[in-house]
Ligand binder design. Structure first.
Ligand SMILES: Nc1nc2c(ncn2[C@@H]2O[C@H](COP(=O)(O)OP(=O)(O)OP(=O)(O)O)[C@@H](O)[C@H]2O)c(=O)[nH]1
Ligand SMILES: [Mg+2]
Length: 215
């Protein structure tokens, strides 16, 4: 399959906030209450066609546990979109958004035509299905954090019920695509006719590297 664009999304945030669950809900439409914590990184991908262009999206789901921090950092590079996730029933996971943002900011910059380009950030408050009395983070606080830090957007989701999960990934992918079409500089792989095969080979190499480390 040939793709015009390859976008790389990374999902980042504290352990247990539902990063892997969000990825599984979107790419497999499954939810597992007893899902094990991610060891290092997990990977999934999906394809989407917008207008005449085929897009491949790679999702790298990065472990939140501190012991994997050194490993996950090596997956920050070439990121198109950072999906920062907290658990709305866990105030600490929200307070850590600033920490994650600082971790990422220095590592994710890239130079395109001598211009410094940052990834696009999207904020997600997950576990929206849990009862209101368990909620520790107001919708407004999430919304303001996203606005103050120039995020592309903010949504509260539930990987359990699926609420807003499809919307989240669909909106992000559409928005990235239209930013590119509008001439904005975005970190991604773009193939031209003669290099289309190269893009596919690139992906295989990346996947292999991943398997050596964790498989
Ligand atoms: N009620 C509810 N539980 C959820 C939701 N999303 C995830 N969970 C549960 O929360 C726990 C942690 O989910 P994970 O997806 O493993 O969290 P994670 O962010 O990937 O955690 P790490 O891999 O350790 O960084 C699991 O028991 C999930 O079933 C949600 O939207 N609602
Ligand atoms: Mg996980």
């Amino acid at each position: 399959m040939m793709y015009k664009y390859v976008f790389k999304y990374i999902i980042v945030g504290d352990a247990n906030c539902g990063k892997s669950s969000l990825m599984n809900r979107y790419t497999n439409n499954t939810f597992d209450q007893a899902i094990p914590c991610t060891v290092g990184v997990d990977f999934s991908s999906f394809n989407k066609k917008i207008e005449k262009d085929r897009i491949k999206v790679q999702i790298w789901d990065l472990a939140g546990l501190e012991r994997y921090r050194a490993i996950v950092k090596s997956y920050y590079r070439d990121t198109t979109v950072v999906i920062l996730v907290y658990d709305i029933t866990n105030g600490t996971s929200f307070n850590h958004m600033e920490f994650w943002l600082n971790q990422l900011k220095n590592k994710c910059k890239k130079y395109i035509d001598d211009e410094e380009v940052s990834p696009i950030y999207y904020l997600v408050g997950n576990k929206k299905d849990l009862p209101e009395y368990d909620r520790k983070v107001n919708y407004q606080d999430g919304y303001e954090f996203a606005e103050e830090n120039d995020f592309m957007g903010f949504l509260e989701t539930s990987a359990k019920t699926g609420e807003n999960v499809e919307k989240l990934f669909d909106m992000i992918t559409d928005e990235v695509y239209f930013r590119i079409i509008n001439g904005e500089k975005v970190i991604c792989k773009i193939s031209n006719q003669s290099r289309e095969k190269l893009v596919v080979e690139d992906l295989t190499i990346e996947k292999k590297k991943f398997c050596c480390k964790f498989g």
